[in-house]
Design a protein around this ligand. Structure first.
Ligand code: 5GP
Length: 212
């Protein structure tokens, strides 16, 4: 039985390079009721990133105009670029009964909780911090200065971990299981369990069961 009423908000955060993109994208393919909130950014698109899918790519003037128009729920300057969560998509999608997932950096996650008290906050950790550097370097999209800056931010972000509801450690898959990420199963377990929490059900649901 699907839980009735508005959808649930899942915020998957954690340091750059922990694997948020892969884990969230893989889960979205598994759970059709889960909708992704596309953020806006002033960062340049990486190869293969499409406008409106990976991000809404805005120049700084356009981003700042949207900020002034209160189009964002929260914004953050991260490593020299602006990132923001559009305000209307989340409300509209939750009201339609879909769950929403987003993957901001850690301060953004905490800001979202201030607006949505019932948001479920998940911290995705790498199994070793040394793997962050390896993953960022392997992706070949950041200079070594940018990687160093992202690693410094990662250490800062970890200080906030106790403000999250769940932690998932994204273990590096063994070479023969590169296609399978245990962290996706872990995140799916969280999403599914949250849907069954008793307070999402009203008494009518049980009365209808009782009287059927
Ligand atoms: P990247 O440039 O690697 O795509 O993202 C850099 C960081 O910004 C990541 O930690 C990512 O999670 C975060 N980020 C992406 N979108 C948003 C957003 O809308 N708000 C906030 N606060 N952070 C975001």
């Amino acid at each position: 039985m699907a839980s009735p009423g508005p959808g649930l908000l899942f915020v998957v955060s954690g340091p750059s390079g922990a694997g948020k993109d892969t884990v969230v994208d893989t889960l979205r393919a598994r759970l059709p009721r889960l909708r992704y909130s596309v953020s806006a950014t002033t960062r340049a698109p990486r190869d293969g990133e499409r406008d409106g899918e990976a991000y809404f790519f805005y120049d700084r003037a356009r981003f700042e105009k949207k900020m002034a128009d209160r189009a964002f729920l929260e914004t953050r300057e991260y490593n020299g670029n602006l990132y923001g969560t559009p305000r209307t998509f989340i409300d509209a999608t939750l009201a339609e009964g879909y769950d929403v997932v987003l993957k901001p950096e850690v301060n953004g996650a905490l800001a979202i909780r201030r607006s949505y008290e019932s948001a479920v906050l998940v911290f995705l950790l790498p199994d070793k911090f040394s793997h962050l550097r390896m993953r960022l370097a392997a992706r070949r999209t950041e200079s070594s200065d940018e990687i160093a800056a992202r690693l410094a931010i990662a250490h800062d972000e970890l200080k906030q971990i106790r403000n999250f509801d769940y932690v998932i450690i994204n273990e590096q898959a063994p070479p023969d299981r590169r296609d399978h990420l245990a962290a996706v199963d872990d995140l799916e377990a969280i999403v599914r369990a949250e849907r069954f929490r008793i307070h999402h059900y009203n008494d009518d649901t049980f009365r209808n069961v009782e009287n059927a």
